[in-house]
Write a protein that binds this ligand. Sequence first.
Ligand SMILES: [Zn+2]
Length: 631
Amino acid sequence: MKLTVPSATIFAMAFYSTSAAAFSMSKQHLGRNVVSNAAKIFGATYLSAQAPVSVFAAKGALPTGKRAFSKSTSTALNMADENKEAPFKTWTFDNACDEMEFNELSEASISITDDLSHLDDSDLVMFGIYGAEEKEDEENDKDGDDAVPEPALVGEAKAIDEMFEGALTDLLMENFKAFKHGGSVGAVTPVLRIFSGEKTKRIMLFGLGPAGKDMEEGFVSKIGKSLASQCDDNKKVSTCSLVLPAAFSVDDAPLSDLSSEFYSTLYSDNRYRTGAKISKKAEDLASITIVAEGGVSDVSAASAALESGKNLAVGVALCKDIVNAPHNVLNSESLANAAKRIADESGGLIKCTILGKEECEARGMGAYLGVARGSETQPQFIHLTYTPKSGNVLKKVGIVGKGLLFDTGGYNIKTAMMELMKFDCGGSAAVLGAARAVGKLAPEGVEAHFIVAACENMINDRAVVPSDVLTASNGKTIEIINTDAEGRLTLADALVYADKEVGCEKIIELSTLTGACMVSLGKEICGVWTDNDDLAEDLADVSKVTGEKSWRMPLEKSYNEQLKSKIADINNCGTRYGGAITAALFLQNFVDKKPFAHIDIAGPVWSDKDGATGFGAKMVSEWVSRQGKSE
Ligand SMILES: [Zn+2]
């Protein structure tokens, strides 16, 4: 639809961007003075008295599928034609894949300013609005709209409303029910479009919730998330501004949360799609500008906070990449190569050591090697060491992640959910994602060891069978009752290494360890087991800050009865009751008396709707960054 109208009239239309049918739901004829005001406000000098003003309906343009693939000359998918470029790297008939592609973050920049002239160049302008303070007695008063004071447009939003003869007020009033308290944080009104010449500008009101409730937990993250969603939903937006009213104190806001959530929301995994199936989020977006009407007292500190959030998002993206990658791409060897890449990118702050089969044998890692024995690819024991730039180390900590690149269950083969078992490397994903972020965030005072005993739980004629007895590197013998309780076997040797060989003072360990933990805590909360109250408190605090929910669980010692073996020191599996607790108790056998926490992330690692969640990467990054500061 294309309409041509005389320049003296400008149409401002509000419509839901997702619905072309709603295009004409609200149309206002605005006078000649509005046109010249628009020119003044937005520097829209192309609005001349004679030139026609065109109105375009939403074009519904589809994203174009352009991307660069990593080249691979011979893969499973191009064996028929050696010259054909494969869409992604995978195995050849004789060799496993040795490389996993990383998704890069959106190239859009985020900056902060107090200069309102940035609005002139923005395709999409969002005005943050607060609603009236919520009063308790209004909660149950469903028809009480009359009693609620109207949310007030202030600052630049008010100026523009006046210039457009109340268009923003109309928008607000049409959506009064949702916005009477400033909306839920990040909720938006329909778009008000201003059409002029070849360009259109879009304006929305952006909910900041009721006044006086800002900076609550997750508040700033919600803003970042919604900002990204709006830039994606509103197609062809290249430049976007979010105007924060003077009452919003950017100096008190954790701006890193905003940018980390912004970039994480724009993550999309197109590595295994082709042509029209490739869909990038907000692919035309070049820049976001946060315009603080109340001023920014230290622009460089605020910009640094935005940058650190972006660095965190780089780690979260890698965490998702690892969990999402299928096993024919991601095996122990390609994961080890991803770890090497993290070290290469760190500018010398991270050193990568990979222990191969012989080195693991020399250390007596019989539990880990027992699991690895059934797979095509060799075991790869990954150890990344982060050292701060100054070399000044107050704490030496270990972070161990379970890295089962695929878990078939082994001879106790899984009968359910096997297609999801590529996510059994979720612990290693959080640990390596965090390592990548830590390499960029460069926290001082802490030396961090990121450790993954990577392998697959597969079946061949060498794979372990139930009743086998393995010896871990601390000399403990383990009877295998169930080959599907393999994660803890790999962790046993990884924990001994972190404790005894590296000498970490504190260790946390993340794993998709038990279905029992999912049964207990559901899909959003991870379980934390530790005997150390200080460590438990630290982790609870970190989890609050990052928004990755956790809950401390009991290490009930009497359940050790279930781990008694008739033939070995312990067995690897208790009964189905309290299975997450006996798994945690099992791990206690491999760390000597020092602060140690086991974190079971089997529930939150995966979303049935969106795939990998990136859970744990922020938690580990934040925990590591804090270690150099404490005491
Ligand atoms: Zn298993």
